[in-house]
Design a binder for this molecule. Structure first.
Ligand code: APR
Length: 243
């Protein structure tokens, strides 16, 4: 482990499904690789949506409804508490499409240096297939949901499917290039570009930490590893963090 005595000003935290697991939101690669009983290609690709929009919309309608049954856990709250007190820059990038980070930060207002980015989109947003306009969406979405933004448009989940470009990548890369601390929480490191963020942070000379239930396939890329359930490991790690 290399020493990192330098003061910490800029933080980037990346979260994955593991941070929401203890809230009751299923992760992706825990069981048989199926995603709530579906093959990913059927429900998380543009081709799957084109082939069977009713199946895809129903899959996301079910996940959108499930949000009403879950709440932020101690790991989400610990990050919100950090965002409230942190005087430097703090970018929270999540691969998750649930709104648990959003709710935690709504309950504990963050400081001016905080920003939350959903790089894989959000269950509670919809996008017009023709205009690209994104809007809040809380209820179910029909297979041929008409768009209020374009006469030929349809509303689709504002979710980044496989083969599509994750959101806000320039902003994320700029923050990684300037950060002093990068912490990856609850992600298997199986999907790029998120799995490559630790390398960008290392090039910037940042201290890199992996917090996960167990070591991931990218564990050796991090200066430090903290292993255990997120609701225990995340509050413990950030409780004593000072600028
Ligand atoms: N506390 C901490 N970590 C946990 C917990 C927990 N309670 N439960 C599970 N984990 C860890 C697992 O060990 C695993 O490494 O969370 C990680 C979840 O990995 P994945 O299921 O692969 O989820 P994620 O890394 O977020 O997937 C990335 O892949 O399918 C796409 O777009 C989807 O955003 C997703 C992306």
């Amino acid at each position: 482990m290399t020493g990192h005595a330098e003061p910490i000003h800029g933080i980037v935290v990346l979260t994955g499904a593991g941070i929401s697991a203890e809230s009751g939101v299923p992760t992706f690669r825990a069981s048989d690789g199926l995603w709530c009983g579906h093959r990913v290609e059927e429900v998380a690709t543009p081709e799957g949506y084109a082939a069977n929009p009713a199946l895809v919309q129903d899959f996301y309608n079910q996940r959108r409804r499930q949000l009403a049954e879950v709440r932020p856990n101690a790991a989400h709250v610990a990050l919100a508490e950090l965002a409230a007190r942190w005087e430097g820059d703090f970018l929270l990038v999540t691969q998750n499409v649930d709104d648990l980070h959003d709710r935690a930060h709504a309950e504990i207002p963050p400081g001016a240096g905080f920003e939350l980015i959903h790089m894989h989109g959000e269950l509670l947003k919809a996008r017009c297939t023709r205009s690209g306009v994104v809007m809040d969406w809380f209820g179910d979405m029909a297979a041929d949901e008409a768009s209020p933004h374009h006469p030929q448009g349809r509303m689709r989940p504002h979710i980044v499917w496989f083969g599509e470009m994750p959101l806000a990548m320039e902003r994320i890369e700029a923050a990684l290039a300037a950060c002093d601390l990068f912490v990856s929480i609850g992600t298997s490191g199986a999907v790029y570009p998120a799995a490559g963020f630790v390398q960008l942070a290392r090039y910037a000379g940042a201290r890199t930490v992996e917090i996960n239930l167990e070591p991931t396939q990218g564990a050796r890329l991090f200066d430090e590893g903290v292993y255990g359930p997120a609701t225990e490991a995340v509050p413990a790690f950030f409780r004593d963090l000072q600028t």
